[in-house]
Design a protein around this ligand. Structure first.
Ligand code: GLC
Length: 537
């Protein structure tokens, strides 16, 4: 079933629900235990059934996989582990046939150290590509040029014995940073974007986009005043000279201009950092991102009042007319079902799709996938190996998707590259597709409701006082008022209502079209959407 757009005049990236797929873990087609494009192709009908309007695909380009695809050695080819360019084209076509847009993850900040650009750059100080990366002489007393730290541990500078200079890497040493101050780099990357746009992708998620530029003076970062023994060592300094630099903003504007050469495309940006700085990523002199990604729902304590305050702060922090965006899971963050438990995972889902702005969720969250337990010794994520002991391993949220309750969960016929994790029996697609009260059914109904109800897409957002653990707000269009009430507590609640209403959907999926009078009763962990019945609506 392809759901109808709520309003065809609104851009697709505002209307649709976006589904992030980590291709290594979605569906394997050749038995090597790693997901691939043909596997994904075999699941496009599931995506259409679920009602997602766009797929964001984590990187599938050629890569030595030190950071599982975020270390790219060829920007214009598909890694053989995932398939071929022809497979990619077939996948795009199949998704488009189902009215599903394709958003490709691109990684402009760094390449793999195997990329031919870097191989040339490190071959000699005189190589024409030398200045495509960030090279510097040792500091005045020898050693690295300054105190900059890699996010993945240790100095961000790596010594190159052959050419006797250091190169900069914000992430792994195998991920050297491109020198975005160099116009040749920017022009080469613009061509990378055009390559994929011509192949029909509808947009990009731009990886690590806030850290493209570094201070040309290479000034030392100042100490982080909040740093203590529990803070991971990479956070010892505040990233003033390597993060969200003014030049980065203009480079993002250049990328946006490239995307604008094509019609109806969208640019999503991984910008990190707190709410206070997210607004600048929408527009400056010129437009920047359509959707700078917002992780607030994953980073806020799960209490109605705290959530209400965070939502308010975010809505007020983005510029007038900017379109909000919400994320409920990703390949970098612990799973929502493990963070909150299954009962509140339903509340989180209802919140995601009822808030104003574009909802983004992560494959597997719709069936309540938990973090897979992976010991430190078995960790595949380099982050865990380099900064151990702080719970930074990202493998748990990258465990394979479960399609059924068979031994390998329908993901592969071989040995999955990461363990499947617990609760496969009930938390898999097949079991939940057959259960009309499952979390999967709830996701599907929430997506459908948002797609068919204009008040939920373009309607006003009206916060209400959230008390005693119930988060309350309204979404209103000219002719409709929807009241959303979410009980974040494990005990029942009663809320007074100003007008009667009709219950449209509840998170338990066991009440429908019930009339609600002056009191709204919510069971523990129950969320409801109520259409307010009032002549003045
Ligand atoms: C982004 C990706 C993350 C990756 C990092 C380095 O934060 O989401 O998975 O490790 O960039 O490319």
């Amino acid at each position: 079933m392809v759901h109808q757009r709520a309003d065809s005049r609104i851009e697709w990236w505002k209307c649709c629900s976006i589904y992030q797929i980590y291709p290594r873990s979605f569906q394997d087609s050749d038995g090597d235990g790693v997901g691939d494009l043909n596997g994904l192709l075999s699941r496009v009908d599931y995506l259409a059934w679920l009602g997602v309007g766009a797929v964001w695909l984590s990187p599938v380009c050629r890569s030595p996989m030190r950071d599982f695809g975020y270390d790219i050695s060829d920007y214009t080819d598909v890694d053989p582990l995932f398939g071929t360019l022809a497979d990619f084209d077939r996948l795009v076509e199949a998704l488009h046939e189902r009215n599903i847009k394709v958003i490709l993850d691109v990684v402009p900040n760094h390449t793999s150290d195997q990329h031919s650009w870097f191989v040339k750059s490190r071959s000699s100080r005189d190589d024409p590509k030398r200045n495509w990366y960030v090279w510097a002489d040792p500091g005045p007393h020898g050693g690295p040029p300054n105190n900059w730290l890699s996010r993945f541990g240790g100095s961000a500078w790596e010594w190159d014995a052959r050419t006797e200079q250091y190169y900069y890497h914000a992430f792994l040493r195998e991920q050297p940073d491109l020198n975005w101050h160099n116009p040749e780099v920017r022009s080469a990357f613009a061509d990378v974007l055009r390559f994929w746009l011509r192949r029909g992708v509808d947009g990009f998620r731009v990886d690590a986009s806030a850290v493209l530029a570094e201070d040309p003076l290479l000034r030392d970062e100042p100490p982080n005043p909040d740093f203590d023994s529990e803070t991971p060592p990479p956070e010892k300094f505040n990233r003033v000279f390597t993060d969200a630099r003014p030049e980065t903003m203009s480079y993002i504007e250049e990328m946006r201009a490239v995307v604008e050469e094509f019609s109806d495309r969208a640019l999503l940006g991984e910008v990190q950092g707190g709410i206070g700085r997210i607004g600048q990523f929408y527009d400056g002199e010129r437009p920047r991102f359509h959707l700078p990604l917002n992780f607030l729902l994953l980073d806020t304590d799960w209490h109605a009042a705290t959530l209400a305050a965070g939502i308010d702060q975010y809505i007020n922090a983005i510029p007038d007319g900017a379109w909000p965006v919400w994320i409920l899971g990703s390949h970098d963050k612990p799973r929502i079902a493990s963070q909150l438990g299954l009962a509140q995972a339903r509340i989180a889902a209802m919140l995601l799709f009822m808030l104003p702005g574009t909802p983004i969720f992560y494959a597997g969250d719709e069936i309540g996938m938990p973090n897979a337990m992976i010991s430190s010794e078995d960790a595949r994520d380099p982050f865990e190996a380099l900064v151990p002991g702080y719970g930074l391993n990202r493998d748990p949220e990258r465990a394979p998707m479960r399609w059924d309750s068979s031994e390998k969960a329908g993901f592969t016929t071989g040995e999955p590259w990461l363990p499947l994790g617990d609760h496969v029996e009930e938390r898999n697609v097949a079991s939940q597709q057959g259960d009309r009260r499952s979390l999967l059914s709830l996701y599907r109904q929430l997506i459908a409701l948002r797609q068919t109800e204009p008040a939920l897409v373009a309607g006003r957002f009206q916060p209400l006082r959230s008390e005693r653990g119930v988060l309350l707000f309204e979404r209103c269009s000219d002719d409709k008022r929807l009241l959303i009430a979410l009980n974040t507590r494990d005990s029942s609640r009663t809320c007074p209502l100003q007008s009667a209403g009709a219950l449209r959907l509840n998170t338990h999926l066991d009440r429908k079209d019930e009339r609600v009078e002056s009191q709204l009763h919510l069971r523990s962990n129950e969320g409801v959407v109520i259409e307010v019945l009032t002549s003045s609506a």
